[in-house]
Ligand binder design. Structure first.
Ligand SMILES: [Cu+2]
Length: 245
């Protein structure tokens, strides 16, 4: 009798899990066809840290998916690695939002063009990262520097804002402890920094950029790298160094 109850309980749990998976798939597909909604971004939303469940919580993912006709492709290789995937909030922005956010980020950063290094001061850091903008194809650009070395104070709260400005290619962002050179499947190359992963963003469309934000604490000191974990991109040089000290 006890065994019967256990089996029954496991069956119910199993059916529930399958239901969740089906619901997730339907939700993703249906969000693609949902209506576009205008959406503005503010620093307040960037401040919110989030979890993978953000994908199913309504307007963010719906707007995002409908504008870019994207959704089902996002899981796949991003899920591999078993790391702490927060994915972050997602939105669609234009150049003016990016420029505005960059000026906020600049408040406590020192840019050294000579050494291609940006040092962030203080315990609250905002990173605004352009993915493959026009002037630097398949590279990251931060504060005008291409793949710069970043220095962040240990313990700082870091808001990461990643914008894909590439009209031809999806891009992603994560911080890893794996040093270059990277393989084709760079997301398999090493452990990632907790809370730092932003999923692959679709290519830009008519001046609208997909943007993802997340926050993490720079709790572990050391030398890390930020990479585009889209297959082949880190291998081709889409990465930079991050030092937390
Ligand atoms: Cu990329």
């Amino acid at each position: 009798m006890k065994v019967g109850i256990t089996i029954a309980a496991l069956s119910v749990a199993g059916i529930f899990a399958i239901g969740l998976i089906i619901f997730g798939a339907i939700n993703t597909v249906s969000s693609v066809s949902m209506q576009n909604k205008a959406r503005t971004h503010s620093f307040e939303t960037a401040q919110t840290s989030s979890t993978a469940t953000a994908q199913t919580d309504g307007s963010d993912s719906n707007t995002y998916s409908s504008r870019f006709g994207y959704g089902m492709m996002s899981g796949g290789y991003d899920m591999m690695g078993g790391a702490d995937y927060s994915y972050g909030n997602q939105a669609s922005v234009t150049e003016s939002t990016v420029l505005n956010d960059m000026s906020i980020a600049r408040h406590n950063s020192q840019v050294d063009e000579k050494t291609n290094t940006i040092t962030y001061l203080g315990s609250s850091v905002k990173l605004v990262i352009e993915g493959s903008p026009e002037q630097a194809d398949d590279k990251f650009v931060i504060d005008g520097l291409v793949n710069p070395k970043l220095i962040i104070t240990k313990g700082a709260d870091v808001t990461t804002e990643f914008v894909n400005e590439d009209a031809d290619m999806p891009h992603a962002f994560e911080i890893t402890n794996a040093a270059p050179p990277y393989g084709y499947m760079s997301m398999m190359d090493g452990g990632v920094y907790p809370g730092s992963v932003l999923r692959t963003l679709p290519k830009a469309s008519n001046g609208h950029y997909a943007m993802a934000t997340t926050t993490f604490q720079a709790s572990q000191p050391g030398t890390f790298y930020y990479i585009c974990q889209y297959p082949g991109h880190a291998q081709k040089g889409m990465y930079g160094k991050l030092i937390i000290k």
